[in-house]
Design a binder for this molecule. Structure first.
Ligand code: ZOZ
Ligand code: NAD
Length: 698
């Protein structure tokens, strides 16, 4: 861990001492910082000329809370902690004003709550995001926040982790005032105004009222639905109950006990891992120091199908100017009409206003020919998943696009190097930008680094992804990149299990109970079974015939059962309904498929389902890491959390594998391999398990 280099400085203006916390980049409470602030407070208390103290973050004005790198780890012996600072603030003899110009999160907001007054600047963002890290607030947040803003508002903030902006903070009583103009001057003026008062408010002196007798019961029911499988939200509710049932000091003690229990939980470790994994994902190895993204404001999108429309909406929602092209005028008009419908519906639901809708649509330009894309900084292709169609599009673009424009393909599986080779003179500026469906909603963006993709092209794609609010992960070229390549093994295993005796409903139940957003069969029905069928047919000539293959999904497609879109797939769907019902005709197909493969069907345990579906995922993840398709094991975790609904609180498949133990996973895979003879353990998994290492070391 790098040595923290922080500075706590005190300035004086008249009777006001201003303590500034500088611990770049986010002014977290690293070792030394709480102690430094306590020392500065004590010095200001000793100074007879000081009547009030302003406490604020330096730089962008943040106080980002605890240093997450130290959570769950030993704190340096003898070093003051965040809670010591908060205890100190709570009984500081001179009034303290927290001046919050930027984010005050977690422990940062708890510091502010222990101050007598809170001021916010227009950029302030005040939140208790701890449940997102698997812990309840642990430095008084669950006891002080309800006393400041009421139990309802406090519960909402603590259980959702959603930060409040400046205006909301003032409205709910979390902040005393929003400052306009010079922030420091405003804070000093406020401190001067309150300095002479004989009494200063203290959160702990207030009472907490219970909004209704069944308030906590309802909250627990709501969390049981929203936070399936997680413990931190329930721990936070326990703390909030203490705020109502116990005196303030007792409540603080109770909160601390609960916090300490949670800080070392598997959930907290997993969520901390994901926090840092997401930050790491945006770092590309081996780029020259001076490389910079190119500016992008005008984007061309080719193909107005499912993905092209979603990508266009995402771009319009985030301020880009978009030229949308299709293969003919009808397809273009149909695509534009669907985008209009999307915004109409969004307006009707109150998600956007009429002027916002008009402004977004004004930035959408139908491009009747590709020539109209000649001014674009970036062009994203989302045409049919056929290599020749895509290569023809890129060859045509080569003669039209600006020489420095970045050209991206949204292909799900195809070889981006072959696509780039269709425009060889531009191959440096070509890469994959693999969005997930629905592209305006799903957070994952796989950036596919082709052999010749330049640093600028990669950084531009990353920058655009960030501006779209996506979590981007860089992958190298292979069939299906990181996510879809692993998904194929996962689905294949789910099909094998059904052939052997499980039901789709049983498989889906086991995986959703584990925490997956949806089960594999429900996902296939949603995506459309025809998509996988088309790919299997295309790959049939090169398929290794010695490998086990389930014909089940093909049989469904042969009957025209494509899932939700046809009302029938692994499940049955009533008109306009998404609720999966049992498909009574499925059993027969399963039997035929099993008979043909010579499989005697048996009863399969939930444990076997979970192990086989997830271990095959992990096994392929290991191959992807070994082949350097993913830069690091944690990138695989980020892909699965943001693209495939893997439960965040389990840290992603590779983190979870480390937790289960790689030796155990290897032993089970070897056992399955003997029984079913279908997949080989990955060499990397064998090596790591054999040397008691983990994926986290990669
Ligand atoms: O970084 C954004 C953010 O939201 N950070 C997380 C803030 C958060 O979750 N704070 C709560 C922490 S938990 C807590 O405070 C409660 C607690 O433990 C109570 C303890 C009680 C003890 C009881 C004992 C019995 C933020 C909005 C702040 C800034 O966003 P930006 O987009 O401007 O910057 P990023 O996200 O790119 O971050 C820049 C670098 O800073 C690192 N970082 C951020 N927050 C951190 C942190 N490192 C340590 N601790 C934090 N809290 C971040 O990883 C990134 O690092 P690099 O290396 O990638 O540059
Ligand atoms: P789609 O069939 O819904 O849309 C493709 C569109 O491209 C059609 O509107 C078609 O008219 C248009 N088109 C075809 N050839 C064209 C050409 N030469 N010039 C201009 N337009 C042309 O397909 P989709 O689901 O949107 O998939 C598009 C791409 O995105 C594929 O590469 C696919 O693998 C990928 N993708 C799809 C999903 C998904 O879930 N649907 C997810 C991620 C990536």
């Amino acid at each position: 861990m790098p040595e923290p280099s922080f500075e706590i400085t005190t300035r004086r203006q008249g009777a006001i001492a201003i303590i500034i916390i500088d611990n770049p980049p986010v002014n977290a409470m690293s070792p030394g910082v709480p102690g430094g602030i306590i020392a500065a407070l004590e010095a200001a208390n000793r100074d007879a000329g000081v009547q009030a103290i302003v406490l604020m973050g330096g730089g962008r004005g943040m106080i980002a809370g605890a240093d997450i790198r130290y959570q769950g780890k030993a704190w340096p012996e003898g070093e003051k902690r965040l809670v010591d600072l908060i205890d100190h603030l709570d009984r500081n003899p001179k009034p303290v004003v927290a001046a919050l110009g930027g984010a005050a999160l977690g422990g940062g907001l708890e510091i502010a709550q222990a101050c007598n007054y809170r001021l916010v600047g227009p950029q302030a963002s005040l939140g208790q995001p701890e449940v997102k890290l698997g812990i309840p607030p642990g430095a008084g947040g669950t006891q002080r926040l309800p006393r400041l803003v009421g139990l309802e508002a406090a519960s909402e903030m603590i259980l959702s982790g959603r930060p409040a902006g400046a205006a909301e903070a003032v409205r709910i009583g979390l902040a005393d005032r929003q400052l306009e103009g010079d922030f420091l001057e405003g804070a000093i003026a406020f401190a001067t105004e309150i300095a002479g008062r004989s009494q200063h408010p203290r959160a702990g002196d207030r009472d907490v009222a219970l909004p209704s007798p069944d308030f906590f019961k309802k909250l627990k029911e709501e969390m049981a639905r929203k936070a399936r499988g997680q413990t931190a939200p329930f721990a936070a509710i326990e703390c909030l109950e203490a705020a109502v049932s116990l005196p303030f000091e007792e409540g603080l003690k109770r909160e601390r006990e609960i916090f300490e229990r949670c800080a070392v939980s598997p959930e907290a470790r997993a969520l901390r891992h994901v926090f840092f994994a997401e930050k790491a994902a945006s770092k590309i190895e081996g780029l020259p120091k001076g490389a910079r993204p190119k500016p992008v404001s005008r984007v061309g999108v080719i193909g107005a199908g499912t993905m092209g429309r979603g990508i266009t909406i995402a771009l319009l929602d985030h301020g880009f100017e978009v030229w949308l092209a299709e293969r003919n005028a009808e397809a273009l008009a149909a695509g534009i009409a669907r985008i209009n419908e999307h915004y109409e519906a969004a307006e009707k639901k109150g998600r956007i206003t009429a002027p916002e809708k008009a402004e977004r649509l004004a930035r959408l330009h139908p491009a009747v020919t590709f020539n109209e894309l000649s001014g674009a900084d970036l062009i994203i292709e989302a045409v049919f998943e056929e290599i020749d169609v895509k290569r023809a599009v890129f060859a045509e673009l080569a003669g039209i696009a600006r020489p420095d424009a970045i050209l991206a393909t949204n292909t799900s599986y195809l070889d981006v190097n072959r696509i780039a080779a269709a425009a060889p003179q531009r191959r440096d500026n070509i890469l994959g930008m693999h969005f997930f469906s629905p592209a305006n909603i799903m957070r994952l963006l796989e950036i596919v680094r082709a052999d010749h993709s330049s640093p600028e092209a990669l950084l531009t794609a990353l920058d655009v992804g960030k501006r779209l609010g996506k979590t981007a992960v860089v992958a190298r070229v292979c069939h299906g990149f990181i996510g879809n390549r692993m998904f194929e093994y996962y689905i294949r295993e789910a099909n094998f299990l059904v052939e052997e005796g499980a039901t789709p409903a049983q498989v889906d139940k086991v995986l959703t109970r584990f925490g997956m957003a949806m089960g594999p069969f429900a996902v296939c029905d949603l995506a459309g079974l025809d998509i996988g069928w088309a790919r299997r047919k295309a790959l049939a000539p090169t398929r290794n015939l010695s490998e086990r293959y389930s014909t089940l999904a093909d049989r469904l497609c042969e009957r025209g059962w494509f899932g939700q879109k046809t009302g029938k797939g692994f499940y049955l769907y009533e008109a306009d309904q998404r609720k999966p019902l049992p498909n009574p005709d499925l059993d027969e197909l399963i039997s035929v498929s099993a008979d043909e493969s010579g499989i005697a069907r048996r009863s399969i345990t939930d444990d076997e389902i979970l192990e086989r579906c997830l271990y095959t995922l992990i096994n392929e993840g290991a191959n992807i890491i070994e082949e350097k398709i993913a830069q690091r094991a944690s990138d695989v975790d980020v892909v699965w959390i943001h693209g495939y609904g893997f439960p965040r609180h389990r840290g992603g498949p590779m983190f979870w594998a480390d937790d289960v133990g790689l030796d155990r996973i290897l032993a089970r895979i070897e056992q399955f391999n003997r029984t079913h003879d279908f997949w080989e353990p990955a060499p990397l998994l064998k090596r790591l398990a054999g040397s008691a290492q983990s994926f986290s070391s990669r």
